[in-house]
Design a protein around this ligand. Sequence first.
Ligand code: ZN
Length: 384
Amino acid sequence: MLFKEIFALDQVKSELIKSVENNRIAHSQLFIGQKGSPKLSLAIAYARFINCLNPINQDSCESCTSCLKYTSLSHPDLHIIFPVIKTSKCTRSSSYLKSFREFYLKNPYCSLEDWFVEMGEKKPHIYTHEFTSTKECLDSSRETLYNKLALKNFESKFRVVIVWGPENMMKLATNKLLKVLEEPPKGTIVILVSEEEKKLLPTVLSRLQLTKIPSYNDLELSDFYQNTYGDDKNNLSLKASGDISFLIRMQSSNDEGFLLAEFSKWMRLCFKQDFVEITKWANGFSKKSLLIQKKLLLFAIKVIRNSIIYNFSNHSILKISNDEKVFISKFSAFINEENSILIVNEFEKSIGYLNRNISAKILLFELSIQVTKLLKVKAKFVQN
Ligand SMILES: [Zn+2]
C-alpha cells in the first residue's frame, strides 16, 4: 500500500515521511498500536517509501522497479516474519509466504487475529529457526534470513525486515533477534510491528525507536465505511470499536448473506425456467454496481466448487456458513463433474465480459439460459 491508500492517520504518516526526508531512519524500530490499527500496512508503506526510486508528493511513485515489487510483496530486500504453525523442525514464515501474500493483499488492514484464524485452530508462533543459519536447519535447500543478512543487499539501499507479532516469539528466537538488533548489518532496517508492548522484553524494547500508531475513532471509521461501501445502514462502523479489520470482516459477512440470498433466488428461477421472472431479476441486478455483479459471479463459482466438494468428500472440510451449507446440501444434487466445469466456465467468461462493459442486463439473461440448460446435464456414470 501507499501512504495515501491507507485511510486517514495523517499525522503519523507525515512524521514517518519527514523522518525519511530528513534522513533520520532508525535501524531498529517498533510500530505499536492496538488491534485493528493499520500498523502492518504503515510499516510496509514506510519501507516502500524509503526504497522508492522516484518519490512524488511525499509518497512512493507506484511505478519504479522497487515499488512494483513492493506492490506484490516480492521485493528481494523485503523480509516479513510472522507467527506460523510448526509443521517440521525448520518451519519458517517463508514456508507460508504464498498464503501470507494472498491473505495480506486481500485485506491490507488485516489484524494478527485474522491471520491466526487463517492459520487454523492452533496458536502460531515465531520460531527460533527464523533467525538461524542454513547449516542449523535440516531443510538446507532455502537460504535463510540469517544467510541473506550476511550478504549485501540485492538491489535496494535499505533492506527491510518486518517482524509482525513479535509478542508471539519463542524465547530463543528473541535472543537471536536481539543479536540482529544489537548489530544490524549495514543497510538493514528492522521494524517490529506489535499489539502488545508489555509482552516484549525490556532488553528488546530498549533497542527500538518507538512509533505509536493510533486506532481509528468512530467518526473516521464511519467516513471509511461511507467512502468504501456507501450508507452505513446497520451502524457497523460503530460496532467495530475502532477495529477497521473487524469492520471489513463484518461487511464481508453481510455481503455473503446478501450474495447467498441473491444466488439462491436466481437459481430457483433457473430451475423453474421462469423466463419472465428471470428477465425481471436480470433487469434489477444489472442496476447494482459492477463490483456487486462480479462478486455474485465469483460467489457462484465458489458455490459450484463447494458443491463438488460436498458431493465427493467429507462435508466437514467445507468452511462455510450454516446457511450456505443448508443451500449446498440441496443445490449440490444438481451439480456433477460434467456440468460443474461448464457452469464455472460460463461464470468466468461472464466476469470477463463485465470487465469489458458489456450490457449486464443482456449478459445476465443469457447466462441464466445457459445455466438453466447446464443444470439439467447429468453425470455420465449416472446415465450409463
Ligand atoms: Zn517508486
